[in-house]
Design a protein around this ligand. Structure first.
Ligand SMILES: Cc1ncc(COP(=O)(O)O)c(C=O)c1O
Length: 388
């Protein structure tokens, strides 16, 4: 490997760049997780974590990646053979529904083209047809990290309400929480699934379930097998400021710091910053003569942009050149998008000049990879940043 100078550009859509303040907070000595200092920290943390979810209800924190929190959402609320309705919005939605099937749920998958979010009208049709209310849960990935498409959760909620359908609404916000406007309580979400390593600006290793009263009630009768993921012992121990196992103490220090940073900036400002960076990125992509994968103007992601390469151009070659020449990591195309798209992460600890550097690297990489890139693309993005 050649000697590298300066910071690596980690522009994958998570894990994201961890701010120095957060790294410093995590470098504090590990304390007794059964002592009074820990209990005081946890009590505060369980409170200050709520606003980022838009909830006043409990948030369960696991020492696990996001996949664990997917499982927790399902096993705490559902029973073997329950019907769940999942939307095929991309790679992660596909993995979540595979997990649901593996856990013994009866999955109906609404097919998708991986360029659009979950369709509220299609949900309305499916619910209207389910007069016996056999569907027990609707699973949606808010921001599909594989496609850069954000589903309209408020509209999906409206479809559930209009149908007067009692299904639970389970939403994956792993790449939207702390980056894209999200309202667990207001949108009547029953379980919100989240992870530490994206908008929360932490390393991987923590994941979350925000839980509605209705989900909590469902957990009392759910019969899917669970032990580690069971909300009940966690919520019980949390009441005293503890966990029923050894928690990820130093990641919790980092979480406290990251939440303070988000609160200091203000969540609406955080969401506006991400939306502006996403708009500038799309200006660059279109200026270069390339296509943004997301096909619906209402559903562009604030946290990442997936770029579709034309036939005959290999997205992985572009990423390889950019990594080798400019020390920047971009997201690969996942699943059926492998080699066809690359993904620019613009979420988390990020500012105008980080984006400008990122887009400059992409523009040079496209050129070096042999794509006839229009160099006015970068200027178009800078104009959005300058004027916006
Ligand atoms: C939307 C989404 N859901 C689920 C996951 C899986 O989370 P993890 O890799 O932390 O287990 C990811 C990971 O990137 C994701 O982006």
């Amino acid at each position: 490997m050649p000697t590298r100078t300066g910071r690596h550009f980690l522009q994958i859509p998570g894990p994201t760049n961890v701010p120095d303040q957060v790294l410093r907070a995590m470098a504090a000595p590990t304390i007794d997780h059964r002592g009074p200092e820990f209990a005081a920290m946890t009590a505060r943390l369980l409170d200050v974590v709520k606003p980022v979810f838009g909830t006043s209800g409990p948030v369960v924190i696991y020492p696990a990646s996001g996949t664990g929190a997917w499982e927790a959402a399902l096993v705490n609320t559902l029973s073997p053979g329950d019907r769940v309705l999942c939307f095929e919005t991309g790679h992660f939605a596909t993995l979540w529904q595979e997990m649901a099937a593996a856990l013994g749920l009866h999955v109906t998958l609404v097919p998708g083209d991986w360029r659009r979010g979950a369709d509220p009208e299609e949900l309305a049709r499916r619910l209207a047809a389910d007069t016996a209310h056999r569907v027990k849960a609707v699973c949606v990935v808010h921001n599909e990290t594989s496609t850069g498409v954000t589903s309209r959760i408020a509209d999906l909620r409206r479809a559930l309400d209009a149908a007067r359908h009692p299904a639970l609404l389970l939403v994956d916000t792993i790449s939207s929480l702390g980056s894209i406007d999200y309202r667990h309580d207001e949108w009547g979400v029953d379980v919100t699934v989240a992870g530490s390593q994206k908008g929360l600006m932490l390393p991987p290793g923590l994941s979350f379930n925000a839980v509605s009263d209705k989900a909590l009630a469902a957990s009392k009768t759910s019969r899917l097998k669970k032990s580690f993921w069971d909300w009940a012992p966690v919520l019980e121990a949390n009441r005293r400021g503890f966990f029923p196992y050894t928690p990820a103490t130093n990641l919790l220090y980092g979480l406290a710091e990251a939440l303070d940073m988000l609160a200091a900036e203000g969540l609406s400002q955080v969401y506006a910053r991400h939306a502006r960076h996403a708009a500038a990125t799309r200006a660059a992509v279109r200026g270069w003569g390339l296509e943004v994968l997301c096909a619906d103007e209402r559903e562009h992601s604030g946290s990442l942009t997936a770029v579709l390469m034309p036939d005959g151009h290999d997205a992985d070659k572009v990423r390889k050149i950019i990594l080798e020449r400019f020390d920047m990591s971009l997201g690969a195309g996942l699943g059926r998008l492998g080699g066809r798209v690359f993904r620019i992460g613009h979420l988390g600890h990020f500012n105008d000049l980080t984006l400008a550097g990122t887009l400059a690297g992409v523009q040079m990489g496209l050129d070096l990879a042999g794509f006839p890139v229009d160099p006015t693309g970068l200027g178009a993005a800078l104009e959005v940043l300058r004027t916006g």
